[in-house]
Design a protein around this ligand. Sequence first.
Ligand code: ZN
Length: 829
Amino acid sequence: MRTFSAKSLALLLCLLLRSHASAQTPFSGTPAIEQSLNKLTVLGSVLMIAAHPDDENTAILAYYARGRHMRTAYLSLTRGEGGQNLIGPEQGDLLGLIRSQELLAARRIDGAEQFFTRAIDFGYSKTPEETFEKWGRERILSDVVWVIRRFRPDVVILRFSGTPRDGHGHHQVSAILGKEAFFAAADRSRFPEQLKYVEPWKARRLLFNTFSFTRDQEKEAAAVPGRIEVDTGAFNPVLGVSYSQIAGMSRSMHRSQGMGVSQRPGPTRQFLVPVAGDPPSKDAFDGIDTSWDRVPGGADIGRILEEAVRTFVPDHPERTIPLLVKAHPLIAALHDPWAVAKLRELNEAVALCAGLWLDADADTYAVVPGGTLDINYTALNRSQFPLALDSLTLEGMGSDSRTGAHHAALEPNQPVNAHLKFTVPAGEPYSQPFWLREPKHGDTYTISDQRLIGLPEDPPLLALHFAIEAGGVSLDLVRPVRHRYIDRVEGEQERALVVVPRVALNLPQDVVLFPNGSARKVEIEVSAQVPKVSGDVRLALDSGWSADPVSRAFSQAEAGLEQPLTFDVKPAPGPDPPAWLRGVARVGDREIGVGMQVISHPPLPPLTVFPPAVVKLVRANVQVTAHKVGYVMGAGDEMPDAIRQLGCAVTLLTPSDLEQRDLSEFDVIVTGVRAYNTRADLRANLPRLLDYVRNGGTLIDQYNVTDRNLVPMGPYPFTVSHARVSVEEAPVAFTNLGNPLLSKPNEITQKDFEGWVQERGLYFASEWDPKYQTVLESHDPGEKPLAGGMLYTRYGKGVYIFSGYSWFRQLPAGVAGAYRLFANMLSAK
Ligand SMILES: [Zn+2]
């Protein structure tokens, strides 16, 4: 085996580990020290692989990380962009950003690390073939190989089998690629470009963490030879909980998917079956040396650190420091990836034992390129062990400079603090998450810097290295520079630094529909991020389109102010392919073409993104006869804005509206996605809605999932099923040409089914009363035609429509044909 260049290795691990520097666990004091001392003695690692946030077996992660003190990680192929969001309107990229943070929050509890590939969750996929086609098999395989080579697991655990039994194509692919990567990671000839940074890695064994949905499957699983068992219900007396309980807390962090679960104590049997490598007999780590003996020259270190564990006194953690300090130079002298990781853990263990508080607090969280930060740093030794602050080094934003710090003794409980100034380079880019910086490559992210691939989030923009002297050795302790502030309700809060533009251009809409040839007003909001900023904004348009005026000036005295600028945009003649409008602000000699959005879902940290100031312009011929639309928002969707684009007035209906308001003022009432699943008031007022239809109204129900909350919808019975059409290009047949939905007022043609995104539809009806007419038929390749995606019936003087076609995706994406068909639904009489 080749030896590592200590420098390149240190660089890589630094990138890897820095993002966890601020990780706070729910465990502090003695449990935290016990965890960290024990972990120092264990040199074993395990990587779990699956497809989505929430696929991971958190109990297994917690058991290995917190119980066995292994370096433990979860590789999720995707960030979960394609799912539904239960806590807000964010979809796609933004939902992926939220889920990434939810996973990190979960990992802080279960003690594991988190990785991702470049794959995007594009929605439900029925087959691995479709998934491979969208992602590119080699591309995602290379990422799994990269994470294995970088993390160097002894044991790899697959969450899925790689067969149709897993269901979702992404699930199958995670296991197929996991198996392939297990071998490819060890092969120098595979992905040799990665060897600039990492060495090939041969994990010892590959296991499959089985799951059984039925009794038969459980019987079958029990018969698999070589199956081993893990009891994640085992109690950890130091932490005061079992690993399954930790898993319950961790899993409840998946708030956007509503994964809140109980923390049930007691035994929980989990099973692992061998897939490749040498099979275990009883334990996943059978035959793997997870002690310091596995590193040449490590035996002495192991003895010292075991003594540290053995002699640890909770009342006097500082008494453990001399042993840690004794091990420090021995570890530092080793040339092994384990040494880099363990040295960092050891430094943090000393900090825990000394109650050492290190902080780097900037005067603001948002700074512009060329701006300055005033950083207040503090070092506080809360023990009797003699420590000193030797030097400080700022790292990040092009800086790697030692600051003018002085040697200062850290007297017990006496803070040492001072200020330092930092000027952000003029060319510093805005802090867009690294995977969103470059245009996507189909359903994968483009990430040019190989070293960033796999990371869950950006490393901190700026970090302060404290060189702390303890017992004659210098410990490098890194803290991200953050902004700390007091919220009168929430108490002390902190925010990560972000580099922001001087002004942000926010466009209230992603899509502007031009239902005919007339000009429409487009508004751009200029939001100042610094005081005293002025300039002008112009619209860059595709040829044939024009804006009046060409540009508008703005001037703002204070940061945080917003100024709306309105332009009349006139479309190119004739329905063309969608065009694009780009907003460009000029401030001094700088051009700015981005907006800024802060996503706030406490307790997750606020997340800042800089979407390009771009709007899709859709020129379509759409007529609609409905004027007043009532909308019953369900799980959250962007349909009300989309319907307003058609020129309708949309009112969001509240529980009291549903109960008391005279609904006859509405031409049509639309229920949002999963409205019957999520709103008890809607379920309770179904009879009023049916009366509304009987008296001449139109009611449109979108998809709802089959769950215990779902009541029978519509005036006549029909059954909602799991049937879906997940291929967005799947042909759609018109089976009922006489139905008004296909002709009034817009004549629907096959062209209207072009350019759809993500899927055709989901949770179609499987059986229905003969009083319903079906209108369309569609199906995934090789499957039976599904007619239950659109049901239509007249009831009394009105019309009822159920549709599982995914309007909530198509309309916000600006699919012209979907607008035309939905306009017909709104206009149905
Ligand atoms: Zn999944």
